[in-house]
Design a protein around this ligand. Structure first.
Ligand code: PFF
Length: 456
């Protein structure tokens, strides 16, 4: 049979419906990347031109790659590592391609280690919001609140531990149980709340300025490095090159259209990021804050907005709760590559999730410390590219700007050049004619160009 590489009975349990897969994939894609990272890297990289490049990266490289990963996952029906083993073997290709699965699993793991620390930030914000602390708060005070949190390793460690515990809990129980039901309700709620925030942002008198900042491209502000950051973020935000989509694709039923489903996921993910930008930048400008303020951007600006809104405490609490859930459904998918692999090797899900979570938690402690005690520890200063970067900055840079683009390049080469087109066509149906030339030529060439200008 041309369209399947697994023996009868080897396929793992599946999503109950196309909708369930979409929700799980959206749950993985929508997270801190959209609401925390997208606005602050847009602010750091000058706005409009960066956003445009990011959107192009999503359309030309991200979306075709998502289709490739889900397709590989469904064909292999295993963990990302297991899937690459099987598909490479069934295509008569070298087992060296398994490296793609290994690097993806490692990237996801490294991301999880620091993602958990950032996700942990939402919890003290939930407490502050619920206790009404944001009422009428000034930007100076929210800045001080945020600085205070970062300066406290004990508090960061506590929330990092709670968040990692939550991730392990769901992962150990199997992602298809609780996750399906929870994301179906929470993702739409997050969307509505963002719309409310955008509605508020329109009343600040700075909405036009923010829209111009986000959508009027000024290419003189664009550097080669910014293009790499936009590209890396396209992968990060769509959970690509980290095994998540491959692992979830393995649970996808044969009848479901991979292409249509991927388009829906990419549109929802991009929509959330743009809404977050439209909610945040008007508040940034209205309060004379700095768009390039860095990772604290939403934690400093949004409480100011909530503090001035009617019903602000309620909305603020709800927002940070939903952000926590969005991060949770993403972190679960990060652990899935490793857990599903260990599970195939005979380790129980519970042991795999606890073991994986524990190591990621330990690595995460170095991120906690780089926000305070080790903030001056920038070990790769001898390379201009890594100068001034703390361990946390380095993990972020290494995963989003090096491992993910490289993993994407290898994946595109594998499906575009090493896999028989008839096999990918059997999974992708009519969309294959459009997808194939893109993944075979356009995506790898675009990736190589970005690499070239960054290494030059
Ligand atoms: N897509 C997630 C976000 O935007 O927050 C991050 C992510 C999830 C990256 C899962 C990688 C991954 F495997």
């Amino acid at each position: 049979m041309v369209n399947s590489v697994h023996e009868a009975g080897a396929r793992p349990a599946q999503w109950s419906s196309r909708f369930a897969f979409i929700m799980a994939a959206v749950g993985s894609a929508v997270g801190l990347g959209n609401i925390w990272k997208f606005p602050y890297i847009t602010g750091e990289n000058g706005g409009g031109a960066f956003v445009l490049v990011y959107l192009a990266c999503i359309a030309v490289i991200g979306l075709p790659l998502m289709m490739a990963e889900v397709m590989l996952g469904r064909r292999g029906g295993r963990s990302p590592i297991g899937t690459m083993e099987r598909v490479a073997a069934s295509e008569g290709r070298s087992q060296g391609w398994v490296g793609v699965g290994i690097m993806a699993t490692l990237a996801a793991f490294l991301i999880l280690s620091f993602y958990s620390v950032i996700a942990g930030w939402t919890m003290p914000y939930i407490v502050s919001a619920a206790s009404g602390e944001f009422g009428g708060i000034s930007a100076d005070d929210t800045g001080a609140l945020f600085e205070g949190l970062l300066a406290s390793p004990g508090e960061l460690l506590l929330w990092h531990s709670v968040f990692m515990g939550l991730t392990v809990l769901v992962s150990a129980g199997g992602v298809r149980h609780g996750l399906e039901r929870a994301v179906t309700k929470l993702m739409p709620a997050l969307f509505v709340l963002l719309l409310i925030l955008v509605g508020y942002a329109m009343t600040t008198g700075h909405f036009g300025e923010a829209a111009a900042f986000l959508f009027r491209p000024d290419f003189s502000a664009l550097t080669a490095e910014a293009v790499l950051v936009a590209l890396g973020h396209a992968f990060f935000t769509l959970s690509l090159a980290s095994g998540a989509m491959m692992a979830y694709g393995a649970y996808l039923k044969k009848e479901v259209s991979i292409a249509r489903t991927s388009v829906v996921v990419a549109i929802m993910d991009t929509g959330v990021a743009l809404l977050a930008g439209l909610a945040i930048f008007p508040v940034v400008f209205a309060n004379g804050l700095e768009p390039g303020a860095g990772p604290g951007l939403i934690f400093v600006t949004l409480p100011v907005a909530f503090g001035q809104m009617p019903g602000g405490s309620f909305f603020a609490t709800l927002f940070f709760v939903l952000l926590l859930f969005a991060a949770w459904s993403s972190s679960i998918s990060m652990l899935e590559s490793l857990v599903s692999y260990l599970n195939e090797k005979g380790v129980s899900r519970v042991k795999a999730a606890i073991g994986g979570g524990l190591v990621a938690w330990l690595v995460g402690i170095t991120t906690v410390l780089s926000l305070n005690e080790w903030s001056g520890f920038t070990p790769l200063d001898m390379f201009a590219r890594f100068e001034g970067k703390t361990l946390f900055d380095l993990y972020d840079y290494l995963t989003a700007n090096i491992m993910m683009p490289l993993g994407a390049l290898f994946t595109a080469c594998f499906v575009g050049w090493k896999m028989k087109p008839a096999h990918s066509a059997a999974e992708l149906g009519g969309w294959h004619r459009l997808w194939y030339p893109v993944i075979r030529y356009l995506s790898p060439i675009a990736l190589l160009i970005v690499f070239y200008f960054n290494l030059k």
